[in-house]
Each structure stands twice: as C-alpha cells, then as structure tokens.
Design a protein around this ligand. Structure first.
Ligand code: ZN
Length: 236
C-alpha cells in the first residue's frame, strides 16, 4: 500500500482524525501531523492527541519508522472572532439556520491553508483530513466540493501540486470504526476508544464501551451509535 509519497495529517485528537492518521501511516512513506490550538474550551482533545501519538507507533514497526514531527500552530485568533460554544462558555444549541453553534465559520479553509504552507515547507505532498459529508452537522467547509475547490486554489496560489485526501468523506461512523479495525486490528480500535476525544462537553471521567464522554451531546451520540452498529455488524 505504501505509495512512496509523504503526507501531513490534520490531527486534532478526535476519532476521525486519529483514524486518518492510521490510514496515512499505512499508505505513505513519511507522515507528519499538525494541530491547531484555537482556544477550544476543551484542552482535553489536545492532550488526547499526545497520548495517541505516543501509542499508535507501537502497533506496527513500519508506522513507527514513518511517523515524523508534530507541528502545533497557535490559532487563538479564531477564538477572538468566533462566539461559539467551542470557544466560549455557552450551551451547545442549534442556531436558527440549523447549524450547531459550535460552528466556527470557515475554520477548515484556514486549517488547510496553514497546513498547506507547513506541507510546502516540509515537502509533503498530501494533506489528510477527517472531514465527512455522511454524518456531517451541516458545516459547509466539510463538504467534498469545498475541499476539492480548496485543493485547486491552494495549488494555484502556491504553485504546488498538493492533494487533499479525505478518506472518511463518504463513509458513516460505523465504517470509520471498521476502517480502524482493518488498519490496525483490535489494538487500534482500543486505542481510538480510550485515547481519542469526541465529547462536546469535555467529559473524560465517564467510560463507556465506545470511549469516554457525557453520552448525551450530539458528538457522543454520533460516536456511540456508530460504535454499536460496528460491533453489531462485526459480530455477524
Ligand atoms: Zn458528550
């Protein structure tokens, strides 16, 4: 599967980007990671990613050989221009237009532009992100069309030849768990279960079969529903 090419993974510490990291480690000869700290209410996601990075390389020796530096970029400016419940102390709710108030307008456009600049400097051709249209919450910057268009814009603007890879774009959460099982077996599924974070409320002291979280917020609901479906299908 190793293509001989190099990649930069937008790795937040959540389930989706963790699965994408394993996908990239299986496929590319060198893989680096980038995180954006934008004053999230929950530093817990950024803490989870340190633990995940340390442990994922123990699953396969070739993954250990391929994983390179981790880049962290301070994007606290986003917290200053976005009044949403991820960056401010407010309740998660749906806005009048149907989007959750966790929506930070255009966030992925900024993330990919900065990631492309890092990748350009590090000579990494592929940019890998866990965006998904299947379960998505209506975020327009997670759409396949948005990211395909962004790839063209980045290549025009930087005179580069980068590829935006979104391996989860058309699969649901149960299939995301299955992808992890296919890539790294039960060991990777367990690591994602215990060392990635999804819960909007930042709950880490309640453990369930699908991982840690409050079990009630929309993010927990999506994660637990997907996990139950994955377990049910893999048993049959
Ligand atoms: Zn939750």
């Amino acid at each position: 599967m190793n293509s001989g090419e190099k990649a930069l993974v937008l790795f937040s510490g959540g389930q989706d980007s963790a699965t994408c990291l394993a996908w990239a480690l299986e496929r590319f000869s060198a893989v680096e990671t980038v995180a954006f700290d934008y004053g999230q209410r929950h530093k817990v996601e950024l803490e989870c990613r340190e633990e995940f990075l340390a442990k994922v390389v123990e699953i396969k020796p070739e993954w250990k050989a391929r994983l390179g530096p981790d880049h962290k970029l301070d994007l606290s400016v986003l917290g200053k221009i976005s009044e949403t419940s991820l960056t401010q102390e407010a309740e998660i709710a749906l806005r009048e237009d149907g989007l959750p108030n966790t929506f930070v307008p255009g966030r992925n456009l900024l993330f990919f532009t900065l990631a492309a600049a890092v990748a350009y400097r590090r000579q990494l051709r592929h940019l890998v992100g866990g965006m998904c249209e299947t379960d998505f919450s209506g975020y327009p910057d997670c759409r396949d069309d948005t990211l395909k268009s962004l790839q063209v814009t980045l290549n025009l603007g930087m005179g580069s030849n980068c590829v935006v890879d979104t391996p989860l774009m058309w699969i649901d959460k149960a299939s995301t768990w299955q992808m992890a099982a296919d890539l790294g077996g039960g060991q990777l599924v367990d690591l994602i279960r215990t060392s990635t974070h999804t819960c909007y409320l930042g709950v880490r002291d309640q453990e369930h079969d699908w991982g840690f979280g409050c079990g009630h917020c929309p993010a927990c609901d999506l994660r637990l529903t997907g996990y139950r479906k994955f377990v049910a299908v893999s048993r049959t």
